[in-house]
Design a protein around this ligand. Sequence first.
Ligand code: COA
Length: 184
Amino acid sequence: MNAEIDISNVKLETERLILRPWRITDLDDFFEYASINGVGEKAGWEHHKNKNESLEILKMFIAEKKVFAIVLKKNQKAIGSIGIEECRHDLNKNLEKLLGRELGYVLNKDYWNKGIMTEAVSKVIDYCFKTLKLNFLIASYFNYNIESKRVLEKTGFKFYKDIIVKTRYNTEEKSTLMFLKNKN
Ligand SMILES: CC(C)(COP(=O)(O)OP(=O)(O)OC[C@H]1O[C@@H](n2cnc3c(N)ncnc32)[C@H](O)[C@@H]1OP(=O)(O)O)[C@@H](O)C(=O)NCCC(=O)NCCS
């Protein structure tokens, strides 16, 4: 079900953004948003307590080759991430033969509500469907996270099912799994 992904030589461009692989030199930008309480928590992970923690995750992003840095063209700052992750949810049997992945994303709080993640997610959908030829994408949001719900609605995802997500900080969050089919 999970397609092979390698974004290590991929660079995508939108009006305001460059989506490219993470680099070690992005550490300060990464730590800037990952260390703010209440940002990563909405995506299921605890904010980073020191730069070394960010460095370890950054090295993992680079090694795993499936997470884009979202870079603002106007100042070349890395302001968020968007990952083409493995599907970790039970899906209908008829999807098992098809290729799919799960999108996950986080944005620096200073840049919220400017349509930036919608712009980034739209481009990654395009890449997944037109270049990688995936059959479908899924994504989930905690039900209290209206902003993430809106991003998924605006990019065409539809309700798939209700789920419970266990976070890395050991809570269980009522969540919604959303689904997008490749109609190309
Ligand atoms: C979710 C997140 C990526 C959204 O990024 P963004 O660039 O601000 O998203 P956009 O600007 O493209 O869209 C946000 C939408 O939420 C809406 N919104 C924001 N706060 C809202 C609120 N309190 N109530 C209702 N709608 C709200 C905005 O109005 C906008 O919708 P609109 O275009 O219909 O007006 C960002 O909030 C974030 O990084 N959150 C923390 C991490 C996270 O939640 N990741 C997702 C895990 S599933």
